[in-house]
Design a protein around this ligand. Structure first.
Ligand code: WTA
Length: 656
């Protein structure tokens, strides 16, 4: 693990108060109100969450016990019966809300669809009946490998409705990555599309599924349900593949929501860690429903008339929690966009905001940095006056990008919520509440009520103000992951054993460095493990190394992140070659392409550096700290006395 280091933000002194008119109508109206909620939750977390669960959600049957905590395994709302699809749809079928837009969708080529709550309910019921007809039962795993089209959200809600466990795989992942996830999750059915639009090109998703399922290891997959999106040809395998548009007309729109146990698994979502293959993060029903519901409501300050747009892909946790479940559970209007800024339409985000009068906009710092580079003219040419709140997620936002976002997109009137969280946490843990907490550019500010966040050292002691440490959480919360799918031991080792228990409290280790300033504000300093964050996408260096060494030319590989102006970090791979291969530009290209094939384009190394040896300690461990320094072009200082062969370092520096 690397030591967290304090960055230049240490001296950030700008403070932005919530605008008075915003606070007046907000759910949480003042710092005092936040403090009261925070104190109340801290004094009795179970009572705090139980009160909200009762007030905010529909339960078929009430729980007996709020929290059963057998560290590190938590159960929330034990014996409660609930269905998140019911909470997202059925309970909004009131005369006032049934005709309100639940989902507004914009396709990349300019097509557009809107679903009211009544229509979305109907579609989801039909889809759920389709799943049933194809042999899916409660507890079965369903893979979802989709473009950003409404059917992706519909498939998720349909699974939840009948108690099938969804595992969404980002459409940018390769056939190989898809195969690994289908095998690990023992998936029974895959929902996909013929293709999807990505930056003016068609991604042939069904072809990737065909490739993935050609591997006999995926034998658990019995059926593939294919939505038609791009109309290009695909080979349909008889007995296995079914077109959605052929199945749909045969299905009834009546499908009651299955009462699920609060702790029944809702979904598995794979994410990268510092060791081994991506792990299946398991989230369950009741706690996740409550946590995503209340965080969406308070952090995005949802009001009845808002048009809320989160630009994430449903393949990531942000899409799960803050495009689908959180907003719909609140009866909000959630916008979903298939496209991304691209050379043929760099201003497309601003077009979407203007067209749909978006009021809340939630995106990633890497996108903001790209907008900055494209210049102010694009957003200025559009009417963005409908916006009232902005958010960011995925990586630390540098104060200057924050200021640009505030000034150019927010017109200096919109508060910004910089939200820190992870796939594992289910929902946002550290964030401003926009009507209550004054913001400082670059700080995610304060813990959400009920979240006992801390900055600690490896003994579990809280470090002093403005000292770097490890970000940790001292008490369970309803949205937390429950385990690693099929590997509870890995769950314990990864998150609960880095920090020893303190006063009987087990401590969740997030894998991020942080510091807390004199006002109690958190400043997140990035990962302290071997996870890198490239354009807001989380990747394990080990995964990329495994991909590289699976190429016949590669003997050994070490992957590190280097600072990148746009992406936050870029991937640099140090590679040594097998005897008969020589380092050529063509081989470098081939290796990059090989990583794309093994994982997906998001993992393409920015740079391959060939070396005759990697710097190792005498015990044979690769000295990543040195490689990180080299990748960043820094002078290598500090202790290199454990280095086995000092000549290696000189040769690497010279770029052999
Ligand atoms: C990083 C994404 C700084 C962090 C929701 C975390 C952030 C990882 C922020 C989780 C933020 C996320 N400020 N860093 N506001 N939000 N991160 O699982 O390193 O894809 O551990 O979840 O993203 O990435 P994941």
């Amino acid at each position: 693990m690397s030591e967290p280091t304090i960055e230049s933000v240490l001296h950030e002194a700008r403070l932005f108060q919530p605008p008075a008119d915003f606070s007046q109508q907000a759910h949480i109206k003042s710092l005092e109100d936040y403090q009261k909620l925070y104190d109340k939750a801290k004094a009795n977390p179970e009572a705090f969450w139980a009160e909200l669960a009762e007030q905010e959600l529909h339960w078929f049957q009430k729980w007996d016990t709020v929290l059963d905590w057998q560290p590190p395994f938590a159960k929330w709302f034990v014996n409660g019966k609930i269905n998140i699809s019911y909470n997202c749809l059925d309970r909004h079928l009131t005369p006032e809300r049934r005709d309100k837009a639940a989902l507004i969708w914009e396709g990349e080529p300019g097509d557009s669809r809107t679903f009211t709550y009544a229509q979305l309910h109907e579609e989801v019921c039909r889809f759920a009946n389709g799943l049933k007809q194809l042999g899916i039962h409660k507890g079965d795993r369903v893979g979802i490998y989709m473009p950003m089209i409404p059917e992706a959200a519909i498939a998720m809600l349909a699974c939840a409705r009948i108690g099938a466990i969804h595992t969404v795989v980002f459409g940018g992942f390769s056939a190989e990555a898809l195969r690994d996830r289908m095998v690990d999750g023992k998936v029974k059915l895959v929902v996909t599309a013929d293709g999807g639009w990505r930056k003016d090109a068609i991604v042939p998703l069904k072809e990737q599924v065909n490739k993935a399922l050609a591997d006999p290891a995926t034998a658990s997959v019995e059926k593939v349900l294919v939505v038609q999106r791009t109309q290009q040809a695909t080979e349909m395998q008889a007995d296995r593949d079914v077109w959605w548009h052929e199945l749909e007309p045969t299905l009834s729109a009546d499908c009651p929501a299955e009462p699920m146990d609060s702790e029944d698994v809702l979904f598995i979502l794979y994410t990268s860690g510092s060791t081994g293959k991506p792990k299946g993060v398991v989230h369950t029903t009741g706690g996740y429903n409550l946590y995503t519901h209340i965080t969406t409501q308070w952090i995005f300050d949802l009001q009845a008339t808002d048009v809320y747009w989160c630009t994430a892909d449903v393949g990531w946790i942000t899409g799960h929690s803050y495009i689908v479940y959180g907003p719909l559970s609140n009866g909000a209007t959630s916008l979903m966009y298939e496209g991304a800024p691209r050379p043929s339409n760099p201003g497309c985000f601003w077009d979407v905001i203007e067209k749909h009068k978006v009021t809340i906009f939630y995106t990633a710092p890497t996108a903001i940095r790209t907008f900055i580079k494209m210049g102010e003219d694009l957003p200025k040419a559009r009417d963005l006056s409908s916006l009232r709140l902005l958010g960011t997620v995925g990586e630390p936002i540098n104060p200057e990008a924050w200021m640009w976002y505030h000034r150019v997109i927010g017109g200096e009137r919109c508060p910004i919520v910089d939200t820190w969280w992870q796939t594992e946490t289910g929902g946002i843990l550290i964030t401003p509440l926009p009507g209550a907490i004054p913001t400082k550019p670059g700080s995610a500010t304060c813990p959400f009520p009920g979240i006992l966040a801390d900055v600690v050292d490896l003994d579990g002691d809280t470090v002093g103000n403005n000292e770097g440490g490890y970000l940790a959480v001292r008490y369970p919360w309803p949205g937390m992951m429950r385990t690693v799918y099929g590997d509870p031991d890995r769950f314990r080792r990864t998150y609960w054993e880095h920090i020893p228990p303190k006063d009987g409290h087990y401590t969740y280790f997030a894998g991020d460095g942080a510091r807390r300033d004199e006002d109690g504000y958190f400043w997140i300093m990035g990962r302290v493990d071997d996870v890198i964050n490239v354009a807001g996408h989380r990747l394990g260096t080990m995964e990329i190394e495994s991909a590289l060494v699976s190429h016949p030319a590669v003997a050994e590989a070490a992957v590190v992140g280097k600072p990148d102006e746009l992406k936050g970090q870029d991937i640099v791979a140090f590679v040594t070659l097998e005897g008969s291969f020589s380092p050529t530009e063509a081989l470098g290209k081939e290796l990059k392409q090989h990583v794309v094939k093994e994982i997906g384009a998001i993992a393409r190394p920015g740079e391959i550096r060939f070396a005759d040896a990697l710097p190792k300690t005498r015990s044979g461990k690769i000295m990543r700290r040195l490689l990180r320094g080299l990748a960043a072009g820094e002078e290598i200082s500090g202790d290199t006395s454990t280095l086995e062969d000092r000549g290696v370092l000189d040769r690497l520096r010279e770029g052999t």
